[in-house]
Design a protein around this ligand. Structure first.
Ligand code: AMP
Length: 570
């Protein structure tokens, strides 16, 4: 082999921090707070990150130590995003919405050395503090008065601002890092078994960030202002902070103010061009924007994912508010962005274009995607053969952290995603279900995701989650849990609303997909990262506590074969 003669420049976050200090120094970080907004330049953030790195050293943080964060999206969290990995430790973002026992499990499993916690969140962590033996210090972040009160609730507590004030005001001499070194750790929000740690490397984060800058992905650049609503504790906030550090886009961080009203006000005044969040937040924002006079049109390039993005949501935002939302797919294990749905704009107004927008998208460069059958054989890209989606690439996990026995999640270099999908001839992946959520009726698969999307296109529907209901004849039938617009059930009896929904679905889905039953629920339960919690819905169904159930007329056939038989008889 004749070796190439190019430099082996390591892909590390130190380079990102250096760009924040120099070329991107004037970009701005805005954080929403109780008493208004704070602003800092990237140069300020880099200088404070240096102080933080000094503080970590004085606290004796070892190379590779896990440093926990329990925080909202704010400037201090960003400082940790930079200082911790650049000084050779591992940033471990903890999900603030997990139950206490799950958090305790994760912190013990990771053996976190320090935990940085927002003063506003100390209450959630304090009850666990005594049992977290590996944690040498809890470091409270917040303004003077609030932080003081919070410190009193924790053992071994220090104050972030005091640590920074005591650190030398001079550049930190960062160590030479290897690009394959661990940089960040995030546990999956998996609903089965214990959460598993995904250990990102400097290299994987660097390459993922580069991909975010591509026009066919987030297309982020210096001119952009990026509103990061997706939590910084969930898969590195989809890599947005890193990508902004690299390219010099402004960051707008909403801290704990995630309701539609403060978000809309933030968008109107700060004029972000990019935003990232899950569909439920966009749904809330749409309802708010529809009933209030607000201008959200600066959002030319919002990214949505985490669960399927209803086409109706994207169309409504675009038509009524001039906001463009594009769908991405990924997992904690995939850093997280692996596919992005950006079809060619040429056909921007035809149905094919919108069908493509409603899919999960094409694999980004360096990511490969395939679907396999139960025997592991690759299936054709014909848009109709469903199989388990597998992916591989430089920012896809190859193992979980300290988790022997998880090999079944990996298939000879491919990550088994647990998602069921089809891939069309243009390479667009379309997720039809989580493997554990599939509905098999009369031997045929019904895509709960597609059914939900069609139900959510009805103007009376706010949210819809479809689960399988055991059925004697067909094994399973779809049961559709629906949150209706306020007042709908006061206008019409539930049976009439259910009949309306069936009529609406009639031309949109195969006949055997039509739900036999609806449950008009007050809300769809959500997981800690805002996805529909179907496990909880199934539990309620099983124990008989699922409210508002209405049966519909059974469709003439509940499986394809069954229908062919019915047609033959006719
Ligand atoms: P998490 O690791 O918590 O981010 O969850 C990853 C899972 O979220 C994936 O395996 C999918 O089931 C789901 N998911 C993420 N993005 C999408 C999307 N755009 N459409 C459908 N499901 C999605």
């Amino acid at each position: 082999m004749l070796e190439g003669l190019m430099q082996d420049y390591p892909l590390t976050l130190t380079h990102m921090l250096e760009r924040m200090r120099t070329i991107n120094r004037d970009a701005v970080v805005v954080t929403l707070g109780e008493h208004g907004r704070t602003r800092a330049t990237f140069a300020d953030v880099a200088a404070r990150s240096d102080r933080l790195a000094h503080a970590l050293r004085s606290l004796g943080v070892a190379d590779g130590a896990r440093i926990g964060t329990f925080a909202w999206n704010n400037q201090r969290h960003l400082e940790l995003y930079m200082a911790v990995p650049c000084s050779g430790a591992v940033l471990h973002t903890l999900n603030i919405r997990l139950a206490g026992h799950q958090l305790a499990y994760i912190i013990r499993h990771a053996e976190d050395d320090l935990i940085f916690v927002d003063a506003s969140l100390v209450e959630l962590l304090a009850p666990l503090a005594q049992e977290l033996a590996s944690v040498r210090h809890f470091i409270v972040m917040g303004e003077e008065e609030q932080a003081r009160a919070a410190i009193a609730q924790l053992p071994r507590a220090l104050h972030y601002e005091e640590l920074l004030a005591a650190a030398p005001d001079e550049p930190f001499d960062y160590p030479q890092l290897a690009e394959r070194q661990a940089a960040a750790l995030c546990y999956t929000s998996g609903t089965t078994g214990n959460p598993k740690g995904v250990l990102y490397s400097h290299r994987s984060i660097s390459l993922h960030s580069m991909a975010s800058l591509l026009r066919d992905a987030l297309g982020m650049g210096r001119e952009d202002r990026v509103l990061v609503v997706v939590p910084m504790f969930h898969a590195n906030a989809w890599g947005m902070p890193h990508a902004a550090a690299l390219c010099g886009a402004d960051l707008i961080l909403p801290d704990r103010f995630l309701q539609a009203e403060p978000l809309a006000a933030l968008i109107e005044s700060e004029r972000p061009t990019i935003m990232g969040c899950v569909p439920t937040i966009f749904q809330d924002l749409l309802r708010y924007a529809d009933t209030h006079d607000c201008d959200l049109a600066s959002l030319a390039n919002a990214a949505c994912g985490g669960s399927a993005v209803p086409r109706a949501l994207m169309e409504a935002f675009e038509e009524r508010h001039g906001v463009r939302i594009f769908q991405a797919w990924g997992m904690t294990e995939t850093s997280p962005v692996a596919t992005y749905a950006r079809p060619a704009e040429a056909g921007a107004h035809d149905d094919r274009y919108w069908q493509a927008r409603a899919k999960q998208g094409r694999a980004l460069p360096w990511v490969e995607a395939r679907i396999v059958d139960a025997d592991g054989r690759a299936l054709p890209w014909d848009g109709t053969s469903p199989g388990e989606l597998e992916v591989r690439g430089p920012w896809i996990a190859r193992h979980y952290f300290r988790e022997e026995g998880s090999e079944e999640r990996f298939d000879q270099g491919w990550l088994r995603t647990g998602d069921v999908a089809v891939i069309d001839s243009e390479g667009f992946v379309q997720i039809t279900d989580r493997a554990k959520d599939v509905i098999k009726s009369g031997g045929e698969w019904i895509s709960s995701v597609e059914l939900e999307n069609e139900v959510m296109a009805h103007p009376d529907v706010i949210e819809a989650a479809v689960i399988a209901k055991p059925d004697e004849r067909y094994d399973e039938r779809p049961l559709c849990c629906v949150v209706l617009r306020a007042g709908v059930l006061a206008e019409r009896p539930p049976e009439a609303v259910a009949a309306d929904l069936v009529a609406h679905l009639q031309d949109r889905v195969a006949r055997w997909w039509l739900p036999d039953e609806f449950a008009f629920v007050a809300e769809v339960p959500k997981t800690s990262v805002g996805k529909f919690d179907k496990k909880e819905l199934r539990r309620r169904l099983q124990e008989g506590s699922l409210e508002g159930r209405v049966t519909t007329k059974r469709p003439p056939a509940a499986g394809r074969a069954d229908m062919q038989e019915a047609q033959a008889q006719a």
